[in-house]
Design a protein around this ligand. Structure first.
Ligand code: SF4
Length: 372
């Protein structure tokens, strides 16, 4: 079934490491954006079955619950949304109150994904985050009280000045809070990130690469012990709580993206909406298409992407299924290139499956580059 992604490009403040498509919240612009987004969804619908909806951003929880309800109503009118659909709202702790959580629940949201990033105040400040660790804990309590029983928390590791002991403290705090799902990401510093300038000015440094590897391997082991199963390079979940929406990206699935800068993949075609919020709104106001790039994926590209994304999953890929789907013998084509990783213990071939070991996950980009 299809997944729907709805992009909400507004934030209360801009974090110094972020290169997502977002801008500062402005009430009038937000009102016009929600109207435009509703129109884009309405125009796109053909009644196809949908089983996941994901509000991402930006900070989608800056929308009012009635606006989330309006967008979900548009999705339901335009698509055949399954009664048990997974409906996720990315939420920043500073936007959370009991009342808003109850409103999001009543609007139909079933899953909250909190951008916590760290449970240590100095780290939150260095990243330009405006919530405190205490606010993050309170937000989780508010969400549970509102009836949410599917919560995810994001943490980032290898932050400036973060030691392995500091990282362990955040992971232990996350386990104390006991969400159903967690995403543990390594910080990626993009070339012009303001955080790089902040680091240079303040003399903050990153721990050595070996410490970053230790942080990753220790935390995945600790999450195992705490009853979470790793199912993707950066994602762990209690049984039955994997992110059904994000699995579509990794399992060669199909989705439609709505909103500025959103990507879609359907029937071997990929397209992207215009990134600028203003241009997105004005194109919809003028009745014009918001799509800026569209390309038909060749079979080779689809195969490469199926391998590249599928191997992010701990279960890896079934080479026979991929082979049948794309009409090639995947092992005959890539086996020689992958064999050195298998010999180094970074990849494992078992029966018809190929997967990365946990050590291999640390070097996933290098290993998976043989496919693209
Ligand atoms: S809240 Fe999220 S989307 Fe917004 S600036 Fe910070 S990291 Fe980026």
């Amino acid at each position: 079934m299809l997944g729907l992604y709805l992009h909400i490009p507004f934030c209360s403040s801009i974090c110094n490491y972020c290169n997502f498509n977002r801008g500062l919240f402005e009430s009038g612009l937000k009102d016009r954006y929600v109207a435009a987004l509703t129109r884009e969804i309405t125009d796109a619908g053909r009644g196809e079955p949908v089983d996941t909806i994901f509000f991402g951003g930006g900070t989608p929880s800056l929308l009012e619950p009635c606006e989330i309800a309006q967008l979900l109503a548009a999705c339901r009118r335009a698509f055949d949304v399954a009664p048990a659909a997974e409906i996720t709202l990315e939420t920043n702790p500073e936007t959370s109150t009991s009342e808003r959580m109850e409103g999001f629940r009543a609007a139909g949201v079933t899953r909250i994904s909190f951008g916590v990033q760290s449970f240590r105040e100095p780290e939150l400040k260095r990243l330009g985050r405006i919530h405190s660790a205490q606010r993050a804990r309170a937000a989780v309590v508010e969400a549970r009280a509102a009836g949410f029983d599917n919560l995810s928390l994001d943490l980032m590791m290898w932050l400036p000045q973060q030691s392995t002991a500091d990282w362990r403290e955040s992971v232990e705090a996350l386990i104390d809070v006991s969400p159903q799902h967690a995403s543990l990401y390594l910080l990626e510093l993009y070339p012009n990130a303001p955080l790089k300038e902040d680091m240079a000015r303040a003399g903050w440094s990153l721990a050595p690469d070996d410490d970053a590897a230790e942080m990753y391997l220790w935390s995945m082991g600790r999450m195992d012990e705490a009853g979470y199963g790793q199912y993707e390079i950066s994602n762990v979940a209690r049984p039955g709580f994997t992110s059904r929406h994000n699995l579509k990206y990794w399992q060669d699935g199909e989705w439609l993206g709505f909103g500025c800068g959103a990507h879609s993949t359907r029937n071997g075609v990929r397209w992207k909406n215009v990134s600028s919020t203003e241009e997105y709104i004005s194109r919809l106001d003028r009745g014009q298409s918001v799509v800026t790039e569209r390309r038909t994926l060749t079979r080779d590209t689809q195969l490469e992407e199926a391998l590249f994304t599928g191997l992010r999953l701990t279960e890896g890929i079934d080479l026979d299924i991929v082979g049948r789907r794309y009409g090639i013998d995947a092992w005959a084509r890539y086996g020689a290139a992958v064999r050195p990783s298998i010999e180094a213990g970074l990849a494992i071939r078992e029966g018809g499956r190929l997967r990365l070991s946990r050590d291999g996950m640390l070097l996933a980009n290098e290993i998976l580059s043989v496919f693209v």
